[in-house]
Design a protein around this ligand. Structure first.
Ligand SMILES: Cc1cc2nc3c(=O)[nH]c(=O)nc-3n(C[C@H](O)[C@H](O)[C@H](O)COP(=O)(O)OP(=O)(O)OC[C@H]3O[C@@H](n4cnc5c(N)ncnc54)[C@H](O)[C@@H]3O)c2cc1C
Length: 378
């Protein structure tokens, strides 16, 4: 068994990390987090490099990259912030729904513009009364002649407010709990749709929103794939979403630990570097083991997906473990940096806030454990 990257994977890894260091950087990331601004220049550079198309097939203009290459990408995008990774990853995995299930017209309308960086996507499943219980959604779409009429209230829809964004909406189109759900493409500027931005402590650059649909009308052709197949589609994309999230937690945990090591080496108290105190050294050593374990779980899941095998259990294992590791590393970093951890200039408070979200976003940790238990036959 070989645990190292191939030459191609290593080159990809190094290219991406050089990009993050030289063309993005910490200051840029921090500034956008503090200002709650979307990192537009970064997003456009990712588009110009052709990377937005990683998950799309070549005949649709994409790179048709395998899940390992995608995990390497997500790990790098989260180098300075999980939010930066979310800004790039959210439209990418949402676009796969159109790529897989869209009509020729939908692909033509949305995908070339997406690859150019002009068209974005948001995914809207969660509602005020349906979070973990995603199949419990009540937002309803009813056919009226040649149009769907949509009514309801969605929440936590990340990135829905940006210009040229299409919301991939999960709506109830039938009575069956799972078999009565459909995905509908809704441009974010349609009459009757109100978008309210939420002041969350994370996702400050991507932004997250509440949506109110009041007799919103979209053409019948806005349905994605088959009516009442939405649950199946979302589950296909969730595997990519959760793999990307696990990889991003690994990437950000690595930086948080490196920052902790570097700070404790440079800071002297009682005439010694902080890094020479055994209690801090041991904490960092334990975190080193955990980051490496999270990385191995993540790439093990990605490798299984790349072989075309079902990896639901492995992806959930990677996500839940890596989320805990990212939080522990940032928590210990907050302690190791003392008071300095609490100002944005040291970045640790951002890692800490964002890692906490990792235990909830993309399916809470308790739900991941329930999926693992189910896959274990429990
Ligand atoms: C910043 C942010 C961005 C988001 N972006 C998006 C987005 O773009 N699109 C989207 O659709 N959603 C998005 N979400 C929603 C996210 O997926 C949900 O918050 C998540 O699924 C949990 O749902 P909830 O918040 O309603 O919590 P709840 O479901 O109410 O859960 C609360 C707690 O109870 C636990 N719990 C619930 N059910 C069980 C159970 N059966 N067994 C054990 N424990 C249980 C949960 O694990 C959790 O700890 C976002 C959320 C946030 C905060």
């Amino acid at each position: 068994m070989d645990f190292s990257f191939t030459e191609e994977q290593k080159l990809w890894h190094d290219t991406l990390h050089a990009f993050m260091e030289n063309e993005v950087g910490r200051e840029y990331t921090r500034k956008h987090d503090e200002a709650r601004e979307f990192p537009g220049e970064l997003y456009q550079k990712v588009a110009d490099n052709g990377w937005l198309g990683m998950l799309l097939p070549e005949d649709q203009g994409g790179l048709d990259a395998d899940p390992v290459m995608y995990a390497i990408f997500c790990e790098a995008m989260a180098k300075f912030s999980l939010d930066t990774a979310a800004c790039v990853m959210t439209p990418m995995f949402t676009a796969t729904n159109i790529s897989r299930h869209g009509t020729a017209e939908q692909k033509q309308e949305y995908l070339p513009a997406f690859l150019r960086g002009e068209q974005k996507f948001a995914i809207s499943i969660s509602e005020p009364d349906a979070g973990s219980d995603a199949a419990g959604i009540q937002t309803r779409a009813v056919l009226d002649g040649d149009e769907w009429v949509i009514n309801g209230n969605k929440t936590w829809c990340s990135g829905a407010h940006h210009p040229n964004t299409a919301i991939t909406l999960m709506a109830r189109t039938g009575e069956d709990r799972h078999g009565g759900l459909s995905m509908i493409l809704v441009p974010n500027d349609v009459p009757g749709l109100t978008i309210r931005k939420l002041d969350t402590i994370v996702r400050r650059s991507l932004g997250t929103t509440e949506l109110f649909f009041d007799n919103v009308r979209v053409p019948r052709e806005s349905i994605l794939g088959e009516v009442n197949s939405g649950w199946q589609y979302v589950n296909e994309h969730l595997e990519y979403e959760r793999l990307g999230l696990a990889a991003s937690y690994v990437g950000n945990a690595r930086t948080a630990l490196d920052d902790t090591i570097s700070y404790t080496r440079g800071r002297t108290q009682f005439g010694r570097a902080l890094s020479s105190f055994q209690v801090l050294k041991h904490r960092m050593a334990e975190n080193e083991c955990e980051v490496e374990a999270a990385r191995l779980l993540t790439y093990s899941a990605a490798t299984k997906m790349a072989r075309g095998e079902r990896a639901v259990k492995e992806v959930s294992m990677a996500k839940v473990f890596a989320a805990d590791v990212a939080f522990k590393v940032a928590f210990n970093g907050m302690q190791a940096l003392g008071g300095y951890a609490q100002v944005p200039e040291y970045d640790m408070e951002r890692y800490f806030r964002e890692a906490k979200h990792g235990m909830v976003g993309g399916g809470a940790s308790e739900i991941q454990r329930s999926i693992i238990a189910r896959e274990m036959g429990l």
